[in-house]
Design a protein around this ligand. Structure first.
Ligand SMILES: Cc1ncc(COP(=O)(O)O)c(C=O)c1O
Length: 389
């Protein structure tokens, strides 16, 4: 089945469950725990010492909801060339991270009762946020399509209530990165008037042998009226603690998002806004994938050697691994569900995100931010665990 409307509305962030599992496994395994569940990147800009102080005088006043003018201008100046489109500050709303940008976009661009197409596996908050906005998530399952969203699959899931596509690119958790041809084909497969919300927080994390293209460039070329691109300091400058990001789009979309931010989230912290700009300057020319290239090749080789299925690794700093055949004894998934993730952590001392939180049981998301030998050992233990379950 390529598409399913959601059955039961979860209202919790699934990260809570993983935090509980991690805490319990830490008690049992201590520093021996192999933690492959982290989602913070390895590199961060600017250096810690440069982060303090800047912007403190601005904290005596409420900032403009869309962000300080100089910050919006600097972000427009940075992202214009990156996206290959002319931008002014009116095209940028500074958000309290991409999580808030996503919520603002969903609640602004969709009406309650509308449907949003969400390729599955998805970033775990997508369905929760859609439901909180009164929007119905319609999942487009890419599992049988090499974890890729093609135009035919997308077109099959369009319905009369389809209002928007929520495209994460590169994809957390599968690592799939979509390039110009694929993104253009997706845009062409959507009925005119469909809005596009593009979560591109991992845009900087694409391996040299893969391709990424932003919705911004192609939607504009195709004459799509409503689109928004979300970017984040959490990934682009490796500073998730700043809680800052950017929503970039046509002026009317950004104005509407800003209006919604005024009541839903308020402005992003001004010290974080200024640190975001400082970080972008410091990160200029950075080789984002350098820390991961070696880990990726070693991990891919190990995963294959120990008999795990592994998706083509294209972007992000994750690895998407599964168990061939998908299901264990009695038809249950041997890995990739919350109970099996807990058992893996307790029994083997390996912590990894179960695919079930992303809508794909039977698979695990591993982070390549762990040391290479820990990843290797983790993969060996995962394969043993899957075999013996
Ligand atoms: C796809 C995706 N979108 C958004 C976020 C969160 O971004 P932020 O920290 O800017 O809220 C994450 C975090 O891991 C993510 O993986």
């Amino acid at each position: 089945m390529s598409s399913t409307a959601a059955a039961k509305p979860p209202t919790q962030d699934p990260r809570g469950e993983l935090t509980r599992i991690r805490a319990s496994a830490r008690v049992r395994w201590g520093s021996e725990l192999i933690d492959l569940a982290r989602s913070e990147p390895l590199c961060a800009w600017p250096p810690d010492g440069q982060l303090t102080g800047e912007g403190v005088p601005h904290t005596r006043r409420y900032p403009p909801v869309a962000g300080l003018d100089p910050v919006r201008e600097e972000l427009a100046g940075y992202y214009g060339p990156v996206l290959g489109i002319p931008l002014t500050r009116q095209n940028v709303c500074v958000t309290a991270g991409a999580v808030s940008g996503l919520m603002l976009a969903l609640s602004t661009m969709c009406e309650p009762g509308d449907e949003v197409l969400i390729p599955s596996p998805y970033f775990q908050l997508n369905p929760v946020q859609a439901r909180l906005a009164g929007v119905v998530p319609r999942f487009v399952d890419t599992r049988d399509h090499g974890w890729r969203l093609g135009p035919e699959l997308l077109a099959r899931c369009v319905g009369t209530r389809t209002r928007a596509l929520l495209l994460t690119n590169p994809v957390n958790p599968t690592t799939t990165a979509y390039g110009v041809r694929e993104v253009s084909a997706m845009i062409a497969a959507l009925p005119p008037g469909t809005a596009i919300i593009a979560d591109e927080v991992y845009a900087d994390y694409v391996y040299p042998d893969a391709e990424f293209a932003s919705i911004a460039t192609l939607a504009r070329q195709a004459g799509v009226a409503e689109w928004v691109v979300l970017r984040s300091a959490s990934k682009t400058i490796g500073r998730p603690g700043l809680r800052v990001g950017a929503a970039i789009g046509p002026e009317p979309v950004v104005a509407a998002i800003t209006g919604r931010a005024a009541v839903l989230t308020g402005a992003a912290s001004v010290t974080s806004q200024l640190a975001f700009c400082a970080g972008l300057r410091a990160a200029a020319g950075a080789d984002y994938m350098r820390p991961y290239g070696h880990r990726r090749s070693a991990a891919l080789a190990t995963a294959r050697r120990v008999g795990l299925a592994v998706a083509r690794s294209e972007g992000t700093y994750y690895l998407w691994v599964g168990q061939p055949g998908h299901v264990g004894e009695e038809g249950r998934h041997a890995i990739g569900t919350a109970p099996t993730a807990e058992a893996l952590a307790e029994q083997r001392g390996v912590l990894a995100w179960p695919g079930s939180v992303f809508g794909a049981s039977g698979w695990l998301r591993l982070s390549l931010t762990a040391p290479a030998d820990a990843i290797t050992e983790g993969l060996i233990r995962i394969a043993e665990f899957a075999r013996e379950s």
